[in-house]
Design a protein around this ligand. Structure first.
Ligand code: NAD
Ligand code: TYD
Length: 344
């Protein structure tokens, strides 16, 4: 099977590419714009793999995409490419609109009238918005996104499902909870806290730090996507949760304990506007239809992730060069003056 992956140079996409290629009958074409979040180093282990090909492409270029489909003729498409970070979407919503909405539209348009066997639109539990305990969202839960990021994902989910209903395209939508693991860009909670702790820099906690997220190991997410590619039903939505809901403050304390750093590194900073208090979802439908369940225990996964960042300090240094410093300053300077020392 030939799979066209979008955004395969990012965190989750690169994990999916590495995992999918373990099947000797799978071929992958990875198209990616290589934004600040796209990094070909994430796929360095595949340099000599004859079943893998990379092509630089921007989803906002409809003619370019049409040409890629003409040349590639994939059996399936797995769509990861996105502007994926809530804080960046608050600072600069335009690229989020362009890639997540227009880019998804362009992808769907380039596939219309092409015989693509399956299309997975990779989305997020954030589309359900903040849920009071003990509520859990199933796939029919109302969409109540809070940020430009989650609103753009909710919109692109509906667009993709509309192409299923109208054009009978083989669309499936997946909604995963917060991912963590190796190769995650150090702007999201876990890799940021790990890399700051390892560098003895302050760990910026938004507000009271009691917001709850459900943590999913990235390989568990990618295994779920492979199961859905094989056994999922067209037109359906599948939630993918890690079954491990915890408060941010607890996660940060674990990271401090694993890295052996003092609690004094935790620094309370001004909260994120529109900050969702709690995400929670049920993956019962996915488990029932495919037999999937998350395998990684959170404590073990977090230790492995800390070890990965510890042993990949050059990777961290490389991704933190370039525009990272100016993003960091924009996001954190207004939050707390203590964090000024973070800038290098
Ligand atoms: P990421 O930011 O690490 O990677 C995104 C990739 O998309 C990068 O390689 C980037 O270069 C590429 N890209 C961005 N704009 C593009 C464009 N216009 N054209 C082509 N390529 C472009 O993201 P991630 O964390 O790997 O997330 C992947 C997908 O999973 C996203 O759709 C995201 O919404 C979804 N998701 C993420 C999480 C999470 O916790 N990270 C959870 C649930 C769902
Ligand atoms: P994040 O990793 O950005 O994912 P999302 O907002 O998509 O859930 O953030 C996870 C949680 O951690 C969220 O409640 C915001 C919080 N957070 C901090 O407290 N400090 C930080 O520096 C970051 C990046 C996030």
């Amino acid at each position: 099977m030939k799979i066209l992956v979008t955004g395969g140079a990012g965190f989750i996409g690169s994990c999916f590419v590495r995992l999918a290629l373990q099947n000797a009958s799978t071929e992958i074409v990875n198209i990616d714009k290589l934004t600040y979040a796209g990094n070909l180093e994430n796929l360095a282990s595949l340099a000599d793999n004859p079943r893998y090909r990379f092509q630089k492409a921007d989803l906002c270029d409809l003619d370019g995409l049409r040409q890629i489909f003409e040349e590639t003729k994939p059996d399936a498409v797995v769509h990861f490419a996105a502007e994926s970070h809530v804080d960046r979407s608050i600072l600069s919503p335009q690229p989020v609109f362009e890639t997540n909405l227009r880019g998804t539209f362009n992808l769907l348009e380039s596939m219309r009238a092409k015989a693509v066997g399956r299309f997975i639109h990779v989305s997020t539990d954030e589309v359900y918005g903040s849920l009071d305990a003990p509520l859990e969202a199933d796939e029919n839960f109302p969409l109540q996104p809070s940020s430009p990021y989650s609103a753009s994902k909710a919109g692109s989910d509906l667009l993709a499902l509309g192409y299923f209903k109208t054009y009978k395209m083989p669309v499936m939508v997946t909604r995963a909870s917060n991912n963590y693991g190796p190769y995650q860009f150090p702007e999201k909670l876990i890799p940021l806290m790990i890399s700051n702790a390892l560098e003895d820099k302050p760990l910026p906690v938004y507000g009271d730090g009691m917001q709850v997220r459900d943590w999913l190991y990235v390989e568990d997410h990618c295994r779920a996507l492979l199961a859905i590619l094989e056994k999922g039903r067209d037109g359906e939505i599948y939630n993918i949760g890690g079954n491990r809901s915890v408060a941010n403050r607890w996660v940060i304390e674990q990271i401090l304990a694993i890295t052996g750093k003092p609690a004094s590194l935790m620094t309370t900073v001004t909260d994120r506007p529109g900050h969702d208090r709690r995400y929670a979802l049920s993956s019962a439908k996915l488990s029932k239809e495919t037999g999937w369940s998350p395998q990684m225990d959170f404590e073990r996964g977090l230790k492995m992730t800390v070890d990965w960042y510890r042993t990949h300090d050059q990777w961290v240094r490389d991704v933190k060069s370039g525009e990272y410093q100016s993003y960091y300053a924009r996001n954190y300077d207004h939050r707390a003056s203590e964090l000024n020392q973070v800038r290098t």
